[in-house]
Design a binder for this molecule. Structure first.
Ligand code: GLN
Length: 283
């Protein structure tokens, strides 16, 4: 067998990733090999004896070296699947997590078909774009402090066919917008500043600090959002926020202090309360 055929490359890369402490060395090595060689999973199964070109080999070596340093596969490939759609991810955006699909499910369960939605701190646009793709009569606005993140969201909206229904605005939380919405969504940064250094290297070294840091206790963004959200909700409107594990009671207290009524709590697949929904204060 030639030393550089797919099967032997895969075996060697898997061993290196395992030694580096990666959780899923077999899957990661396979995905990176498929990308480096521009082949499908079926190609890999059908042609274990295929050889790579020198260029492909170089790409693969580079990918495996990056993964050994704990760079997530989604960042190496520049894309991540979220709720069944592929999103572009760059160093300027949070890597959308499966946890956030909890918020998507909770929103879809209550959103009117033709909802006007607002996504605060949109990053890749994963939340707003997914909801608009799932609800073809809905329209929305998404904000982000980072112009570079907004450029990624714009590209994702175009690729996923919702650009004409999504307005992207640069600025802090509600600052760049006016008007009211039927549903407000946010997955804000919620890590207490003191805990960022202790996060796993794949998060700490690769997700942008702006997308992680929630201030001293991790709750600053919720205080800002809770304070301005009522003015931007239409009658009967709701707000849904993603939260960190263990933050539910404190965050519920922040919203109820502003007059919101707790509507529901939703757990992620790991069993953590991951999303809280509130109804607009009645005046
Ligand atoms: N809303 C985006 C997401 O869920 C970005 C979140 C963030 O940067 N904290 O992917």
């Amino acid at each position: 067998m030639p030393p550089d055929n797919l099967a032997s490359l895969l075996a060697a890369a898997t061993a290196r990733l395992k030694a580096a402490g990666c959780d899923m060395p077999v899957l990661d090595a396979r995905l990176l090999l498929q990308a480096a060689a521009a082949i499908s999973r079926e190609d890999l199964i059908m042609g274990p004896d295929l050889a790579l070109t020198a260029d492909q080999l170089q790409h693969f070596e580079n990918f495996i070296t990056r993964r050994e340093r704990h760079e997530p596969v989604s960042r190496i490939l520049g894309e991540r699947e979220f709720y069944g759609r592929v999103f572009r991810v760059t160093p300027d955006t949070l890597d959308p997590r499966p946890d956030t699909e909890t918020l998507i499910e909770a929103a879809l369960a209550v959103m009117p078909q033709a909802a006007r939605l607002l996504d605060l701190g949109t990053g890749t646009g994963a939340i707003a774009i997914t909801l608009l793709a799932e609800r073809p009569a809905a329209r929305g606005v998404a904000t982000d402090l980072s112009p570079a993140a907004l450029a990624v969201a714009r590209e994702n909206a175009a690729r996923l066919g919702v650009a004409h229904r999504l307005t992207l605005l640069e600025g802090s939380w509600f600052a760049p917008l006016s008007g009211t919405f039927d549903i407000i969504l946010s997955n804000p940064p919620y890590i207490p500043d003191g805990e960022i250094a202790g996060l796993s290297p794949g998060v700490r070294n690769f997700d942008p600090a702006l997308a992680l840091s929630g201030g001293t206790d991790g709750l600053d963004p919720y205080r800002i959002i809770a304070c301005s959200a009522a003015a931007h909700l239409a009658p009967g409107g709701r707000i849904l926020v993603e939260i960190g594990a263990g933050q539910a009671d404190e965050i519920a207290a922040i919203f109820t202090a502003e007059g919101f009524r707790a509507a529901s709590r939703h757990r992620d697949l790991g069993g953590h309360e991951r999303c809280l929904a509130f109804n607009r204060p009645e005046k």
